[in-house]
Write a protein that binds this ligand. Structure first.
Ligand SMILES: NC(=O)c1ccc[n+]([C@@H]2O[C@H](COP(=O)([O-])OP(=O)(O)OC[C@H]3O[C@@H](n4cnc5c(N)ncnc54)[C@H](O)[C@@H]3O)[C@@H](O)[C@H]2O)c1
Length: 444
């Protein structure tokens, strides 16, 4: 590839997820791209990555900018594209400012966390004409792509209803209650932060637009009050240096001598980011138990639930169509972001796992009306996080999407469609009423 075709990137938000993008730019996709600089509120975290890039890829060090100097970074470095992997609460800020300064943007999910910020993003796209990509990696996981293909090919006719259950276990699910996600102001709650993946999958599988949402949600397991009601008597604010944490199976040990320690524990002095809150401490404003009903423009319906304290991890989906039914039964490996077995790590490979987590089920069954159930096979490549989706997504982003018949590349409309279901569900939790998505934002 010629020098002129090499795209130039900066990254904003250097937590654990940034690894997938930086490793692609510095290693697996380096012939297509160049990293120019890093931007974060925490200098210690950026320094940790610069040491890691040197060690792993013999690359860098890259110039670092404090978040307050974002504009200076753009004017000095002149990137083509800004990659946003900061906390959800600030995605809109960097998406909009980067576009105003003439850049395209790649943003992690969720695109943003509320209807006001969503509108700001659309207004900025209209005035600047810049491109925004939202990285919905689950679309790329081969099993989810296969279901898209089956539905798109008319295998079960018109989809009339979908039943979707997502289980987060006490390792991975608990992790959202240990750090910034636990405050709805940062993440929009799990309905936005996590379910954006799942609502996007349904929107994309059905090629449809959600119109009305009704939901119920509550914090039923985590948090001090729930633990007290179950008879727990010993509480502590955070795990580090706490004797009660040693007896708590939910405690997270940050002092792992690896990424958790380097990225979080050792650099707390810069911003006071606590990565290991007790999941039974006070200050949680998100739900752990959520049930949602969605009606689509086509009149198809979705019944969805998310539970964050299950003994197992994975998802089950069934699609009822005019010609038959598809069932997915998928278990996933639970992980803690930033830990040794982290699916956000680009080197993640399921076959390297040397401990038993209950084994994997990966089953997709198609049954035509009047027919026998038939199991569908696909290539179960275990390399790369999120069911292999992360690896394929990186090709799409850095080599170019090409003419994908499954239309997996996602933009702002997809980003909005998925978060608006979660935002509407949050509103429905509060009001007890059905919420029309058009009343939040007109999707056009
Ligand atoms: N698609 C996926 O499967 C997936 C997986 C994990 C995370 N994510 C997304 O990636 C993003 C980052 O998640 P993470 O797990 O790496 O979190 P993290 O907490 O490890 O990292 C967030 C980073 O943002 C920085 N930050 C906070 N406020 C900032 C500001 N105002 N300006 C600049 N930087 C700021 C923090 O200092 C930190 O370095 C989130 O939006 C999350 O939803 C996506």
């Amino acid at each position: 590839m010629s020098e002129n075709n090499i795209k130039k990137y900066v990254i904003v938000g250097l937590g654990s997820r940034s690894d997938m993008f930086s490793s692609a730019i510095l290693d697996s996709h380096k012939e297509y791209c160049q990293l120019l600089a890093l931007c974060d509120t925490n200098q210690g975290r950026m320094d940790w990555w610069n040491r890691s890039y040197k060690e792993k890829f013999n690359a860098g060090p890259f110039k670092t900018y404090d978040a307050a100097d974002f504009d200076t970074m753009i004017s000095e470095q002149k990137p083509d594209t800004v990659i946003v992997t900061a906390t959800d609460r600030v995605h809109h800020k960097y998406i909009c400012r980067a576009m105003e300064l003439g850049c395209d943007v790649i943003s992690e999910k969720p695109m943003t966390i509320d209807a006001e910020r969503n509108k700001q993003i659309f207004d900025t796209i209209e005035t600047t004409g810049r491109n925004l990509t939202v990285t919905f990696n689950y679309r790329y996981s081969p099993r989810n792509s296969l279901v898209k293909e089956l539905i798109q090919n008319g295998e079960i006719g018109e989809v009339i209803s979908v039943h979707f259950e997502w289980m987060l276990n006490t390792k991975h699910g608990a992790d959202y209650f240990r750090r910034w996600h636990r405050d709805k102001k940062n993440s929009g709650g799990l309905m936005v932060h996590k379910s954006t993946h799942h609502f996007d999958l349904v929107n994309w599988w059905l090629d449809d637009t959600p119109s009305e949402v009704f939901g119920m949600g509550r914090l039923a397991f985590y948090g001090q009050e729930n633990a007290e009601n179950r008879g727990v008597k010993e509480f502590y604010p955070r795990c580090k240096d706490n004797i009660y944490a040693m007896k708590d199976p939910f405690a997270l040990n940050l002092m792992d001598g690896g990424k958790l320690q380097g990225l979080y524990a050792d650099v707390e002095e810069y911003d006071g980011y606590i990565r290991d809150h007790s999941v039974f401490s006070q200050g949680i404003s998100i739900e752990d138990t959520m049930s949602v009903l969605v009606r689509y423009k086509s009149k198809a319906t979705l019944t969805y639930s998310l539970n964050a304290f299950c003994p197992c991890e994975g998802y089950k989906v069934s699609f009822n169509g005019t010609k038959g039914r598809i069932e997915m039964d998928i278990s996933e490996m639970p992980y803690v972001s930033g830990s040794a077995f982290d699916q956000n790590n680009p080197d993640f490979n399921m076959s390297d796992i040397d401990f038993d987590f209950g084994g994997l089920t990966e089953k997709i069954t198609v049954q035509k009306l009047w027919g026998e159930p038939r199991e569908v096979e696909w290539d179960k490549d275990t390399a790369g996080g999120h069911g292999g989706g992360d690896k394929i997504l990186m090709d799409d982003i850095f080599k170019g999407a090409g003419d994908d018949p499954l239309k997996r590349a996602a933009g702002p409309v997809d980003g909005a469609k998925s978060i608006l279901v979660g935002i509407a569900a949050n509103k429905s939790f509060e009001t007890g009423q059905m919420v029309s998505i058009d009343d939040l934002f007109k999707l056009g």
